[in-house]
Design a protein around this ligand. Sequence first.
Ligand code: AMP
Length: 138
Amino acid sequence: MSYDPNNIFAKILRGEMPCVKVYEDEHCLSFMDIMPQAEGHTLVLPKEPAETLLDLSDAAAAETIKVVKKMAKAVKQATGAAGVTIVQFNGAEAGQTVPHLHFHIIPGSFAKAKVHAKEMVDPASLQELADKIAAAVE
Ligand code: AMP
């Protein structure tokens, strides 16, 4: 399927919609998930317009996994969680709701995590933890 440039994450990447930003470099953007499954739930997106991992160039995939690793370490440190789960859905049938590739970093027990993309929170409530995660990025 062709990439939809009007999906919400494309708009965030273009600065047309807000996000609670945690990290950005030339390849990726990372921000807090607005419907967190656990405190500290963070997303990492490649800037390359790809709907799923299967559509991403190998070069962007290599850069993206480095940022996913960097952010998983920062989320783990900032939240004090003993573990983090990294989830990534490819296609609506698999559970993907936003058609721009992204990795979920979910700290703590995944068994106790909230239901995916269900309960929206006030973005302002995510800022303190976002700052803490940003400060933990190495
Ligand atoms: P997925 O189902 O893997 O496509 O996940 C999309 C994720 O994006 C869900 O966890 C949503 O809570 C999250 N999400 C949707 N819109 C926004 C937004 N505007 N800002 C931050 N997170 C969002």
